[in-house]
Design a protein. Structure first.
Length: 434
């Protein structure tokens, strides 16, 4: 009986020839191009080739086996434990590798192998969690940018805890759709800490001033998230619970929200801190100057020194008929009412409460100036309309014209200039120039 053709393998051939023959044999094996009596011999030859001393031969087999579910599982397993440039081929694509195998490979692989796993078409929650624990920042950036990766909030938090100080990772995470408010808040807080550290190290800003800037940036972000979630009651309550558990549900944040006209955050916070039903809390807030609100406030263990500020702020909202805005710009009339109330209780301008209110007053003034500046750089048609309106005002010359400070290059530039979101890089530059 003649020896099967497949067993007449030229093992002494050059690596290039063996690689070419290995590719042909793998193709025939996977595409059922062999007679039944030759398949087992082919399998034995392929097993030998999977451990061939030539990297070129093994890489050729990895390329052929990576996308197939017809190759024997053990061949893929052997290749997955090969040197990195070969292993990453099957780690990135093989449908046969289980979560347990991928997690084991991630634990023993270097960055390239872990990155290959992170970029798989589908990455399970378990594999993603393992990568979050051990992956380098480069691996986590790849994982964050993979829409096929199942990233639970716990995994996202771990990624941010380990490498959130890297701007590239934060940007990759923020680009993911449907991030929960809790994760976005954690990202913003991490960004604020990174900014503070950068200001101290590179711009000579004092630690105390940098911490104030970081706190303000974090509170602005949390307030924006609170406003965005306010339209869905369950999401809003869940976010307030997160703020409490993470230590971010501070009186400063609630006061900022109130001075922006957003009293719903205060309402939900008082419910969270006291356990009282929302209707009861709302009724006491509607009568802010009553003993009932003072009792509610004390029950929530809020700072006693800030009670006059909250009372005057709530009363001013009613008197001035300011509702819950979708924007987060500080309202100067509310801050002035609070200042008057606190100064009437304590005339000392050195009082920490007064200092805090003055800080918010200065911030509100800057916001007003920023909004005014955005009008000054309006497109020509808008400036022309503004000039026409100004000409109708008493005492204004008909030739009055809005001064052009700068012309935005595009509509996108104008939109950015009009946006009052905190810009960490711009803030850093402004502080450095101060």
């Amino acid at each position: 009986m003649a020896e099967p053709q497949i067993l007449r393998w030229e093992w002494s051939s050059s690596p290039a020839i063996r690689a070419e023959q290995a590719g042909m044999l793998a193709h025939a094996f996977l595409n059922e191009g062999l007679a039944d009596e030759l398949r087992d011999e082919a399998r034995l030859v392929l097993i030998s080739l999977v451990e061939d001393p030539s990297e070129l031969v093994r890489r050729t087999l990895a390329e052929h086996f990576a996308n197939s579910d017809k190759v024997p599982h053990y061949m893929v397993h052997i290749l997955a434990e090969d040197q990195q440039d070969i292993a990453e081929i099957v780690l990135a694509r093989s449908p046969l590798l289980t979560d347990a195998e991928l997690i084991d490979c991630a634990a023993t692989s270097e960055t390239f192998g872990q990155k290959a796993i992170a970029l798989r078409t589908n990455v399970s929650a378990a594999v993603a969690a393992a990568l979050a624990e051990i992956g380098t920042v480069e691996v986590l950036i790849s994982l964050a940018g993979n829409p096929g990766a199942e990233l639970l909030d716990s995994t996202l938090h771990r990624m941010i805890e380990r490498h959130g100080h890297h701007k590239e990772l934060r940007e990759a995470l923020l680009a993911r759709p449907n991030l929960s408010p809790a994760v976005r808040s954690f990202l913003a807080g991490t960004a604020a800490v990174a900014l503070a550290s950068d200001l101290i190290e590179n711009d000579g800003v004092t630690k105390e001033k940098a911490e104030i800037l970081a706190c303000d940036a974090r509170d602005r972000s949390n307030l924006r998230l609170a406003i965005e979630t306010s339209y869905e009651q369950r999401a809003a309550r869940a976010f307030v619970t997160y703020l409490r558990k993470s230590g971010q549900l501070t009186a400063g944040l609630l006061l900022r929200g109130l001075f922006c006209g957003h009293k719903e955050l205060l309402e939900l916070a008082l419910c969270e801190l006291t356990g009282w039903p929302r209707a009861r809390v709302a009724s006491h807030m509607a009568a802010a100057q009553s003993a009932g609100f003072a009792t509610l406030y004390q029950k929530a263990k809020m700072p006693e020194s800030l009670l006059p500020a909250f009372v005057s702020g709530l009363q001013a909202l009613t008197d001035l008929r300011l509702g819950n805005p979708v924007e987060m710009q500080l309202q100067m009339p509310l801050i002035h009412r609070a200042l008057e109330a606190c100064l009437s209780k304590n005339a000392s301008h050195q009082d920490p409460v007064i200092a805090s209110l003055r800080h918010l007053e200065a911030e509100a003034a800057c916001e007003e100036a920023r909004a005014f500046h955005s009008l000054l750089i309006a497109p020509p048609k808008v400036r022309q309309a503004m000039g026409s309106l100004l000409a109708l005002l008493p005492g204004v010359c008909r030739e009055a014209e809005v001064t052009l400070i700068g012309e935005p290059e595009s509509a996108e530039d104008l939109a950015v200039l009009a946006d009052i979101k905190i810009d960490f890089e711009a803030l850093a530059a402004a502080i450095a120039a101060a």
